[in-house]
Design a protein around this ligand. Structure first.
Ligand code: KG4
Ligand code: ZN
Length: 355
Protein backbone atom coordinates (compact mmCIF):
# COMPACT_ATOMS: atom_id res chain seq x y z
CA UNK A 1 0.00 0.00 0.00
CA UNK A 2 1.43 3.46 -0.87
CA UNK A 3 2.33 5.71 1.99
CA UNK A 4 -0.64 7.61 3.40
CA UNK A 5 1.54 10.68 3.62
CA UNK A 6 1.94 10.79 -0.19
CA UNK A 7 -1.81 10.36 -0.67
CA UNK A 8 -2.66 13.10 1.79
CA UNK A 9 -0.17 15.53 0.33
CA UNK A 10 -1.76 15.02 -3.09
CA UNK A 11 -5.25 15.48 -1.66
CA UNK A 12 -4.54 18.68 0.17
CA UNK A 13 -4.33 21.69 -2.07
CA UNK A 14 -4.50 24.01 0.94
CA UNK A 15 -3.09 22.55 4.12
CA UNK A 16 -5.45 23.33 7.01
CA UNK A 17 -4.04 24.92 10.14
CA UNK A 18 -5.32 23.02 13.19
CA UNK A 19 -5.11 24.25 16.76
CA UNK A 20 -5.33 21.33 19.20
CA UNK A 21 -6.05 21.29 22.91
CA UNK A 22 -5.43 18.40 25.32
CA UNK A 23 -6.46 18.55 28.98
CA UNK A 24 -7.57 15.00 29.82
CA UNK A 25 -5.46 14.45 32.94
CA UNK A 26 -2.68 16.55 34.51
CA UNK A 27 -1.04 18.13 31.45
CA UNK A 28 -2.43 21.28 29.85
CA UNK A 29 -1.29 21.18 26.24
CA UNK A 30 -1.79 23.04 22.97
CA UNK A 31 -0.31 22.44 19.54
CA UNK A 32 -0.51 23.89 16.05
CA UNK A 33 -0.32 21.63 13.02
CA UNK A 34 -0.16 22.57 9.36
CA UNK A 35 -0.69 19.65 6.99
CA UNK A 36 1.09 16.90 8.96
CA UNK A 37 3.85 19.08 10.38
CA UNK A 38 3.83 20.39 13.94
CA UNK A 39 4.54 24.13 14.15
CA UNK A 40 4.21 24.32 17.94
CA UNK A 41 3.75 21.84 20.78
CA UNK A 42 3.46 23.27 24.30
CA UNK A 43 2.78 21.26 27.46
CA UNK A 44 2.41 22.56 30.99
CA UNK A 45 2.81 19.63 33.40
CA UNK A 46 1.16 19.93 36.81
CA UNK A 47 3.62 19.03 39.55
CA UNK A 48 1.24 19.74 42.45
CA UNK A 49 0.02 16.09 42.47
CA UNK A 50 3.43 14.60 43.38
CA UNK A 51 2.87 15.26 47.09
CA UNK A 52 -0.48 13.40 47.07
CA UNK A 53 0.76 10.19 45.39
CA UNK A 54 -1.66 10.55 42.47
CA UNK A 55 -3.64 13.07 40.45
CA UNK A 56 -6.15 15.04 42.57
CA UNK A 57 -9.00 15.79 40.11
CA UNK A 58 -10.12 19.07 41.70
CA UNK A 59 -6.57 20.45 41.75
CA UNK A 60 -6.03 19.28 38.17
CA UNK A 61 -9.06 21.12 36.81
CA UNK A 62 -8.13 24.32 38.67
CA UNK A 63 -4.60 24.16 37.27
CA UNK A 64 -5.97 23.61 33.74
CA UNK A 65 -8.09 26.74 34.14
CA UNK A 66 -5.04 28.77 35.08
CA UNK A 67 -2.83 27.35 32.32
CA UNK A 68 -5.08 27.03 29.30
CA UNK A 69 -4.92 30.63 28.06
CA UNK A 70 -1.12 31.04 28.49
CA UNK A 71 -0.48 27.60 26.95
CA UNK A 72 -2.61 28.29 23.86
CA UNK A 73 -1.08 31.74 23.59
CA UNK A 74 2.44 30.27 23.74
CA UNK A 75 1.56 27.72 21.03
CA UNK A 76 0.22 30.43 18.70
CA UNK A 77 3.33 32.55 19.27
CA UNK A 78 5.69 29.62 18.71
CA UNK A 79 3.85 28.69 15.50
CA UNK A 80 3.87 32.36 14.46
CA UNK A 81 0.21 32.31 13.54
CA UNK A 82 -2.76 34.51 14.38
CA UNK A 83 -6.14 33.26 15.60
CA UNK A 84 -7.50 34.20 12.17
CA UNK A 85 -5.15 31.67 10.50
CA UNK A 86 -6.81 28.70 12.27
CA UNK A 87 -9.00 26.46 10.08
CA UNK A 88 -10.26 24.09 12.79
CA UNK A 89 -10.01 23.45 16.52
CA UNK A 90 -9.35 19.88 17.68
CA UNK A 91 -9.75 18.95 21.31
CA UNK A 92 -9.72 15.89 23.54
CA UNK A 93 -13.35 15.12 24.35
CA UNK A 94 -12.50 12.05 26.41
CA UNK A 95 -11.71 9.77 28.08
CA UNK A 96 -10.11 11.30 31.15
CA UNK A 97 -10.92 13.21 34.31
CA UNK A 98 -14.22 15.05 33.86
CA UNK A 99 -13.13 18.29 35.54
CA UNK A 100 -9.97 18.35 33.42
CA UNK A 101 -11.72 17.52 30.14
CA UNK A 102 -14.36 20.19 30.72
CA UNK A 103 -11.74 22.95 30.75
CA UNK A 104 -10.28 22.00 27.34
CA UNK A 105 -13.70 21.22 25.88
CA UNK A 106 -15.25 24.55 26.98
CA UNK A 107 -12.24 26.47 25.73
CA UNK A 108 -12.33 24.71 22.33
CA UNK A 109 -16.09 25.22 21.95
CA UNK A 110 -15.88 28.90 22.88
CA UNK A 111 -13.01 29.49 20.45
CA UNK A 112 -14.87 27.65 17.70
CA UNK A 113 -17.89 29.91 18.22
CA UNK A 114 -15.81 33.08 18.39
CA UNK A 115 -13.79 32.27 15.23
CA UNK A 116 -16.65 30.54 13.43
CA UNK A 117 -14.37 27.58 12.67
CA UNK A 118 -15.24 23.87 12.93
CA UNK A 119 -14.67 21.78 16.02
CA UNK A 120 -13.07 18.35 15.87
CA UNK A 121 -13.58 16.10 18.89
CA UNK A 122 -10.78 13.59 19.36
CA UNK A 123 -10.59 10.42 21.45
CA UNK A 124 -7.43 10.59 23.55
CA UNK A 125 -6.18 7.10 22.54
CA UNK A 126 -6.87 7.82 18.86
CA UNK A 127 -4.45 10.70 19.30
CA UNK A 128 -1.79 8.49 20.92
CA UNK A 129 -1.95 6.04 18.00
CA UNK A 130 -1.96 8.61 15.18
CA UNK A 131 1.03 10.44 16.70
CA UNK A 132 3.07 8.06 14.55
CA UNK A 133 2.04 10.11 11.49
CA UNK A 134 3.41 13.45 12.69
CA UNK A 135 5.83 14.25 9.92
CA UNK A 136 9.36 14.44 11.22
CA UNK A 137 10.95 12.50 8.38
CA UNK A 138 10.70 9.15 10.19
CA UNK A 139 9.34 5.88 8.76
CA UNK A 140 5.59 5.52 9.23
CA UNK A 141 3.59 2.29 9.58
CA UNK A 142 1.64 0.90 6.60
CA UNK A 143 -2.00 -0.11 7.02
CA UNK A 144 -3.06 -2.36 8.56
CA UNK A 145 -0.71 -2.18 11.51
CA UNK A 146 -0.97 -3.31 15.11
CA UNK A 147 -0.64 -0.72 17.87
CA UNK A 148 -0.05 -1.69 21.47
CA UNK A 149 -1.43 1.30 23.39
CA UNK A 150 -0.15 1.50 26.93
CA UNK A 151 -0.97 4.48 29.12
CA UNK A 152 -2.07 5.33 32.65
CA UNK A 153 -5.71 4.60 31.80
CA UNK A 154 -5.58 2.15 28.87
CA UNK A 155 -3.88 -0.99 27.68
CA UNK A 156 -5.14 -2.15 24.32
CA UNK A 157 -4.19 -4.09 21.23
CA UNK A 158 -5.57 -2.25 18.23
CA UNK A 159 -5.52 -3.20 14.56
CA UNK A 160 -5.35 0.10 12.68
CA UNK A 161 -6.93 -0.48 9.26
CA UNK A 162 -6.94 3.23 8.38
CA UNK A 163 -6.78 6.50 10.34
CA UNK A 164 -10.54 6.27 10.97
CA UNK A 165 -11.02 2.52 11.05
CA UNK A 166 -9.53 1.03 14.19
CA UNK A 167 -10.41 -2.34 15.64
CA UNK A 168 -9.80 -3.07 19.30
CA UNK A 169 -8.70 -6.69 19.64
CA UNK A 170 -7.86 -6.77 23.33
CA UNK A 171 -8.00 -4.57 26.43
CA UNK A 172 -7.13 -4.79 30.07
CA UNK A 173 -9.85 -6.28 32.21
CA UNK A 174 -8.67 -4.36 35.31
CA UNK A 175 -5.65 -2.04 35.76
CA UNK A 176 -3.82 -0.45 32.85
CA UNK A 177 -0.07 -1.09 32.38
CA UNK A 178 0.81 2.47 33.46
CA UNK A 179 -1.48 2.09 36.47
CA UNK A 180 0.38 -1.12 37.41
CA UNK A 181 3.71 0.72 37.20
CA UNK A 182 2.36 3.59 39.32
CA UNK A 183 0.60 1.46 41.95
CA UNK A 184 3.58 -0.86 42.43
CA UNK A 185 5.91 2.16 42.57
CA UNK A 186 3.73 3.52 45.38
CA UNK A 187 3.99 0.20 47.27
CA UNK A 188 7.79 0.48 47.20
CA UNK A 189 7.66 4.11 48.32
CA UNK A 190 8.31 5.95 45.03
CA UNK A 191 6.50 9.24 44.33
CA UNK A 192 3.83 9.72 41.62
CA UNK A 193 4.07 9.10 38.72
CA UNK A 194 6.15 6.02 39.48
CA UNK A 195 6.45 4.58 35.96
CA UNK A 196 9.50 6.62 34.87
CA UNK A 197 11.20 5.97 38.25
CA UNK A 198 10.65 2.21 38.05
CA UNK A 199 12.09 2.38 34.52
CA UNK A 200 15.20 4.20 35.78
CA UNK A 201 15.79 1.89 38.74
CA UNK A 202 15.11 -1.21 36.61
CA UNK A 203 18.12 -0.33 34.45
CA UNK A 204 20.38 -1.06 37.47
CA UNK A 205 18.57 -4.22 38.58
CA UNK A 206 18.30 -7.92 37.75
CA UNK A 207 15.03 -8.73 35.91
CA UNK A 208 15.26 -12.37 37.03
CA UNK A 209 15.79 -11.57 40.74
CA UNK A 210 12.17 -12.20 41.79
CA UNK A 211 9.27 -14.08 40.18
CA UNK A 212 5.80 -12.56 40.39
CA UNK A 213 2.55 -14.15 39.32
CA UNK A 214 1.31 -13.71 35.77
CA UNK A 215 -2.38 -13.67 34.80
CA UNK A 216 -4.10 -16.48 32.95
CA UNK A 217 -6.44 -14.46 30.73
CA UNK A 218 -7.66 -15.99 27.49
CA UNK A 219 -7.52 -14.24 24.10
CA UNK A 220 -5.91 -10.85 23.63
CA UNK A 221 -7.04 -9.27 26.92
CA UNK A 222 -4.67 -8.24 29.69
CA UNK A 223 -4.80 -8.18 33.48
CA UNK A 224 -2.45 -6.38 35.85
CA UNK A 225 -4.21 -6.24 39.22
CA UNK A 226 -2.95 -9.72 40.24
CA UNK A 227 0.64 -8.61 39.72
CA UNK A 228 0.13 -5.66 42.04
CA UNK A 229 -1.28 -7.97 44.73
CA UNK A 230 1.52 -10.51 44.19
CA UNK A 231 4.16 -7.78 44.67
CA UNK A 232 2.35 -6.45 47.77
CA UNK A 233 2.14 -9.87 49.49
CA UNK A 234 5.72 -10.76 48.55
CA UNK A 235 7.05 -7.52 50.04
CA UNK A 236 4.92 -7.83 53.18
CA UNK A 237 6.42 -11.29 53.74
CA UNK A 238 9.98 -10.14 53.10
CA UNK A 239 9.79 -6.98 55.23
CA UNK A 240 8.42 -9.00 58.15
CA UNK A 241 11.81 -10.75 58.16
CA UNK A 242 13.96 -7.79 57.09
CA UNK A 243 12.43 -4.28 57.44
CA UNK A 244 15.04 -2.91 55.01
CA UNK A 245 14.28 -5.47 52.29
CA UNK A 246 12.72 -2.96 49.89
CA UNK A 247 15.47 -0.40 50.38
CA UNK A 248 18.19 -3.01 49.80
CA UNK A 249 16.52 -4.57 46.73
CA UNK A 250 14.77 -1.63 45.06
CA UNK A 251 16.51 -1.95 41.70
CA UNK A 252 15.97 -5.73 41.52
CA UNK A 253 12.30 -5.34 42.51
CA UNK A 254 11.80 -2.69 39.80
CA UNK A 255 13.60 -4.76 37.16
CA UNK A 256 11.58 -7.88 38.03
CA UNK A 257 8.27 -5.98 38.06
CA UNK A 258 9.03 -4.31 34.75
CA UNK A 259 10.04 -7.60 33.19
CA UNK A 260 6.76 -9.20 34.33
CA UNK A 261 4.71 -6.30 32.89
CA UNK A 262 6.57 -6.65 29.59
CA UNK A 263 6.06 -10.45 29.58
CA UNK A 264 2.31 -9.91 30.02
CA UNK A 265 2.22 -7.35 27.18
CA UNK A 266 4.37 -9.32 24.76
CA UNK A 267 2.56 -12.61 25.28
CA UNK A 268 -0.62 -11.03 23.86
CA UNK A 269 1.13 -8.88 21.26
CA UNK A 270 2.97 -11.89 19.84
CA UNK A 271 -0.26 -13.92 19.79
CA UNK A 272 -2.07 -11.21 17.80
CA UNK A 273 0.84 -10.90 15.34
CA UNK A 274 0.81 -14.67 14.85
CA UNK A 275 -2.96 -14.78 14.30
CA UNK A 276 -3.17 -11.79 11.93
CA UNK A 277 0.15 -12.06 10.08
CA UNK A 278 0.53 -8.27 10.40
CA UNK A 279 4.20 -7.28 10.60
CA UNK A 280 4.05 -3.50 11.15
CA UNK A 281 3.96 -3.09 14.91
CA UNK A 282 3.72 0.21 16.80
CA UNK A 283 3.54 1.22 20.44
CA UNK A 284 1.83 4.33 21.83
CA UNK A 285 0.91 6.03 25.12
CA UNK A 286 2.88 7.06 28.19
CA UNK A 287 4.33 3.61 28.90
CA UNK A 288 5.82 3.51 25.38
CA UNK A 289 8.47 5.84 26.87
CA UNK A 290 9.68 2.85 28.91
CA UNK A 291 13.26 1.94 28.03
CA UNK A 292 12.71 -1.79 28.59
CA UNK A 293 9.57 -1.83 26.41
CA UNK A 294 11.29 0.05 23.59
CA UNK A 295 14.31 -2.28 23.70
CA UNK A 296 12.20 -5.42 23.86
CA UNK A 297 10.12 -4.29 20.88
CA UNK A 298 13.29 -3.70 18.86
CA UNK A 299 14.78 -7.06 19.89
CA UNK A 300 11.57 -9.01 19.24
CA UNK A 301 11.11 -7.16 15.94
CA UNK A 302 14.63 -8.10 14.83
CA UNK A 303 14.12 -11.71 15.79
CA UNK A 304 10.68 -12.07 14.19
CA UNK A 305 11.09 -9.81 11.16
CA UNK A 306 8.64 -7.11 12.31
CA UNK A 307 8.82 -3.47 11.24
CA UNK A 308 8.63 -1.65 14.54
CA UNK A 309 7.49 1.94 15.16
CA UNK A 310 8.42 3.66 18.39
CA UNK A 311 7.25 7.23 19.04
CA UNK A 312 9.77 9.85 20.01
CA UNK A 313 9.65 10.64 23.74
CA UNK A 314 7.78 13.94 23.30
CA UNK A 315 4.88 12.07 21.65
CA UNK A 316 4.69 9.15 24.14
CA UNK A 317 3.25 10.92 27.17
CA UNK A 318 0.28 13.27 26.88
CA UNK A 319 0.68 16.08 24.37
CA UNK A 320 -1.50 18.13 22.03
CA UNK A 321 0.53 17.38 18.87
CA UNK A 322 -1.08 13.92 18.76
CA UNK A 323 -4.57 15.46 19.12
CA UNK A 324 -3.74 17.82 16.25
CA UNK A 325 -2.61 14.89 14.06
CA UNK A 326 -5.75 12.86 14.80
CA UNK A 327 -7.76 16.06 14.23
CA UNK A 328 -6.15 16.45 10.82
CA UNK A 329 -7.15 12.92 9.76
CA UNK A 330 -10.72 13.56 10.93
CA UNK A 331 -10.73 16.90 9.11
CA UNK A 332 -9.65 15.16 5.89
CA UNK A 333 -12.39 12.58 6.39
CA UNK A 334 -14.96 15.38 6.91
CA UNK A 335 -15.72 14.22 10.46
CA UNK A 336 -16.44 17.17 12.73
CA UNK A 337 -17.82 17.68 16.22
CA UNK A 338 -20.50 20.14 17.28
CA UNK A 339 -21.41 22.53 20.07
CA UNK A 340 -23.92 20.16 21.65
CA UNK A 341 -21.26 17.56 22.48
CA UNK A 342 -19.82 17.72 25.97
CA UNK A 343 -16.72 16.18 27.51
CA UNK A 344 -17.08 12.47 28.31
CA UNK A 345 -14.98 10.89 31.02
CA UNK A 346 -15.62 7.40 29.62
CA UNK A 347 -15.84 8.19 25.92
CA UNK A 348 -15.91 4.87 24.02
CA UNK A 349 -13.06 4.52 21.53
CA UNK A 350 -14.94 4.65 18.23
CA UNK A 351 -17.86 6.79 19.25
CA UNK A 352 -16.32 10.14 18.55
CA UNK A 353 -16.40 9.60 14.80
CA UNK A 354 -19.04 6.91 14.35
CA UNK A 355 -21.93 8.90 15.79
O1 KG4 B 1 -0.34 8.59 28.14
P1 KG4 B 1 -0.03 9.13 29.48
O2 KG4 B 1 0.91 10.29 29.59
O3 KG4 B 1 -1.37 9.54 30.22
C1 KG4 B 1 -2.52 8.77 30.10
O4 KG4 B 1 -3.18 8.85 29.04
O5 KG4 B 1 -2.77 7.99 31.05
O6 KG4 B 1 0.51 7.91 30.37
C2 KG4 B 1 0.87 8.10 31.69
C3 KG4 B 1 1.40 6.79 32.24
C4 KG4 B 1 1.67 6.83 33.73
O7 KG4 B 1 1.12 5.69 34.31
C5 KG4 B 1 3.19 6.84 33.79
O8 KG4 B 1 3.72 6.25 34.97
C6 KG4 B 1 3.53 6.00 32.58
O9 KG4 B 1 2.65 6.45 31.60
N1 KG4 B 1 4.92 6.20 32.14
C7 KG4 B 1 5.86 5.23 32.20
C8 KG4 B 1 7.06 5.82 31.73
N2 KG4 B 1 6.80 7.12 31.40
C9 KG4 B 1 5.48 7.33 31.64
N3 KG4 B 1 5.78 3.96 32.62
C10 KG4 B 1 6.91 3.23 32.57
N4 KG4 B 1 8.10 3.71 32.14
C11 KG4 B 1 8.22 4.99 31.71
N5 KG4 B 1 9.39 5.45 31.28
ZN1 ZN C 1 -2.39 9.53 27.35
Amino acid sequence: MPSIRTNLTKLNQKAPVILAIESSCDDTAAAVLKNDTILANITSTQTIHEQYGGVVPELASRAHQQSIVPVVDAALRQAQIQLSDIDAIAYTRGPGLMGSLVVGTSFAKALSLALNKPLIDVHHMHGHILAHFINEGQAIPSFPFICLTVSGGHTQLVVVHSPTNLEIKGSTIDDAAGEAFDKIAKIIGLPYPGGPLVDKLAQEGNPDAFAFSKPQVVGYDFSFSGLKTSVLYFLQKQTAVDPDFVEKNKADICASVQRTILDILFKKLELLVKDTGIKDIAIAGGVSANTGLRQRLMDTGNKKGWNVFIPKFAYCTDNAAMIAMAGKFLYDAGIFGNQSQGAEARLPFLRSWNQ
